[in-house]
Design a protein around this ligand. Structure first.
Ligand code: NI
Length: 178
């Protein structure tokens, strides 16, 4: 498969609402998912949404292995999530630092719901449903925002907490970008 160029903030395609997938288990969908994994791995990302490679479909992938470089980051299982639906069981939110492969080099402090129930399908059309908290919930909210044309800087409440990663975190690393 192939590493695809990732669109950067400013490209109008990142602001569009993506369309649902209507056919599962097709060579085209397999190729899209494979390209997304290749691209995410090449850029060392935590997640990627199809619109970030210019494909306007409701497909996201994510996954974070335990990494001694980021001991504060909880592992997230490698997942393909298509036509996702999100439900927030309560209003509890927390702030966390986010980055995005479409906003390279920058980080911002973003409020997200702490608890999330999400469901959808994998590329074969098999249903998937999970209840998650914390970093896993954050990654899914970030990726699914891409499907509605929302980039994390739009959700930052205090733009003083938005800046270049190498300057914000001069002495420490933070969560990988998605
Ligand atoms: Ni992103």
């Amino acid at each position: 498969m192939a590493i695809r160029p990732v669109l950067k903030m400013g490209d109008p395609r990142l602001l569009q609402v993506a369309e649902p997938v209507t056919q599962f288990d097709t060579p085209e969908l397999d190729a899209l998912v494979a390209d997304m994994f290749d691209t995410m791995a090449a850029l060392d990302g935590a997640g990627l949404a199809a619109p970030q490679i210019g494909v306007g479909l409701r497909v996201v992938i994510f996954g974070v292995a335990a990494n001694p470089r980021y001991p504060q980051v909880e592992p997230v299982p490698t997942t393909v999530l298509i036509n996702p639906s999100l439900e927030f069981p309560d209003n509890d939110r927390e702030d966390g630092w986010e980055g995005c492969l479409s906003v390279p080099g920058l980080r911002g402090l973003v409020p997200r719901y702490r608890r999330l129930n999400y469901s959808g399908f994998d590329q074969r059309g098999a249903p998937l449903a999970r209840s998650v908290v914390g970093f896993h919930a954050r990654v899914v909210q970030h990726e699914c925002d891409h499907l509605d044309g929302i980039l994390y800087p739009m959700r930052i409440r205090d733009l003083r907490l938005f800046g270049y990663e190498d300057t914000l975190f001069a002495s420490s690393s933070d969560a990988p970008a998605a």
